[in-house]
Ligand binder design. Sequence first.
Ligand code: SF4
Length: 209
Amino acid sequence: MTKKDEEKVNRTISSLKDHGFEAIYVKNKDKARAEILKHIPPTAKVGIGGSATIREIGIIPRLKEQGNVIYDHWNEELSPEQVLETRKAQMTSDVFLSSTNALTESGELVSREGIGNRTNSMCFGPGKVIIAAGTNKIVPDVHAALKRIKEVAAPLRNKSLNTANPCVETGVCQDCNLPTRICRITLIMERKPVLTDILVIVIGENLGY
Ligand code: SF4
């Protein structure tokens, strides 16, 4: 990591702490996985948000080995009814794991989605929330975070879902109004929510969208 990047990470962690979040830096996803596991006893029911980062960390197989009950709506074996129940169960899990679309050097977390189970669970309900994000998601402030979502995160997520939304073609948000639009709810966490403990793990790799 360059000196400049190190300063950026330090600024982000310090601002997040000022805003009431727990925040740490780890070098890579192996260390992130080990850190997450420290907070999850085998008896914990674990909600998994719609997050590529969490899957890239490889935590889900480890939780299965531990015997945790896992609420993962990306599990392709689930029926539509089970997917809905799983999304709801995430909101009262013991530990909820997710990423965010952008982390700001000024200490905010910015996330956008279409359904709301992830943004709801990040704010209130689970006993603890752990948010893991690669350094590729660090931006200076909320304005830059919203720009990142429009120019990077949402178009890439659309591509991964193979939607017919225009950003798949153009690579940049076109503020569509289609029924398939995935950008419907934006959560800006300016401070730690009053009743929710949040640990932010900043990982020194490019992960997720
Ligand atoms: S609003 Fe529409 S065009 Fe913009 S990123 Fe979301 S899905 Fe794509």
